[in-house]
Design a protein around this ligand. Structure first.
Ligand code: SF4
Length: 322
């Protein structure tokens, strides 16, 4: 049932990093768990409320200066906490020219969009030809636009990325790589070598991390991860509070506990290695940085106790307290 809803998938490389224990921090990220069958009141099938900002089936325009393109519905492995699990399950193929053409025309007409997030799924699961076609089309349409390539492949399947991909990225600047890494164990020797290759090619590499219960929910593990990243030349960028996707509640660290972990983290690592702790306000409120001052209060609702978070629009948005 759980696997039918969100199929099991892991690369041999990532599986080999996992220890045999059930609570191994790598294993827990890809091994299906019966708790995924639990849907909490307040969980949302579209946790970020992206549908409301959809310009084309694959293009989301929520913030004035940037847009997000769902390049593919395919990932190298399936993270059990993924908030896009519904989209990933459809395994929609890499974007075609027919889908890309109107998006490129739209980008030409919207000079206020200065950055495009290439997301998915994972764009780096595409073939070299597909990636070259995508990058060239976007670059032809908008020579100035910043390409933000969001991927987990450098840690789940580093062998997939060859010298041609790095060269392609190099010719498509301005381009930044944003790599999703959650635990120091993910930084295998192969991944380290690959990430350093991007840095040496002059491609800035940022790291985003999801705060996950039982995996990285302590300051020491996070500090170790971010220290290692810094030493490789990568910039810790975001530490995300989990989105409210159905079947992922067992991964959620209560937000106030997350704030306490973040305070501890500040004592363990310098500003250079400290990412911003942030959450996408459920239902489309946008991304906000988390700190005590953002909590305006609590409210008892039919979905349990909710924290009231101040959104960028001045409205109060609900996020579960527990
Ligand atoms: S790599 Fe990203 S999009 Fe793909 S399953 Fe993992 S979290 Fe979801």
């Amino acid at each position: 049932m759980i696997i039918e809803e969100f199929p099991f998938a892991v690369t041999p490389h990532f599986a080999a990093l996992a220890g045999p224990e059930k609570d191994d921090p790598i294993r827990r990220q890809f091994q299906p768990d019966p708790q995924e069958g639990i849907v909490h009141a307040g969980d949302l099938t579209d946790p970020l409320g992206e549908t409301a900002y959809r310009v084309f089936p694959r293009l989301i325009h929520q913030y004035r200066d940037r847009a997000l393109l769902k390049v593919t519905g395919i990932c190298a492995g399936h993270c059990r906490f993924c908030f896009r699990r519904v989209w990933i399950t459809t395994a929609v193929p890499f974007i075609s020219d027919e889908e890309l053409d109107p998006i490129c025309r739209w980008l030409k007409d919207h000079g206020e969009v200065r950055e495009i997030l290439l997301s998915g799924g994972d764009p780096l699961t595409g073939s070299d030809e597909d990636l070259a076609r995508l990058f060239s089309a976007l670059r032809d349409a908008r020579p100035d636009i910043l390409l933000r390539l969001c991927t987990r492949v450098p840690v789940t399947d580093p062998e997939r990325i060859n010298a041609e991909i790095i060269s392609l990225c190099k010719t498509m600047k301005p381009l930044r790589l944003v790599v999703h890494i959650n635990h120091p164990k993910e930084l295998s020797p192969e991944s380290r070598r690959l990430l350093v290759s991007f840095v040496e090619a002059g491609i800035p590499v940022h790291v985003q991390t999801v705060l996950l219960r039982g995996i990285n929910d302590n300051a020491e593990t996070l500090a170790e991860l971010f220290r290692e990243c810094l030493n490789l030349g990568l910039t810790p960028y975001y530490l995300f509070q989990l989105d409210l996707a159905p079947g992922t509640g067992h991964f959620r660290v209560p937000l106030r506990q997350g704030l306490a972990i973040y305070e501890e983290l500040k004592k363990l690592i310098s500003g250079l290695g400290l990412p911003a702790y942030a959450v996408d306000l459920p239902g489309g409120g946008g991304k906000v940085r988390l700190h005590e001052g953002i909590i305006a209060g609590e409210k008892e609702t039919e979905n349990g106790i909710m924290l009231l978070l101040k959104g960028p629009d001045g409205r109060l948005w609900e996020y579960p307290a527990g």
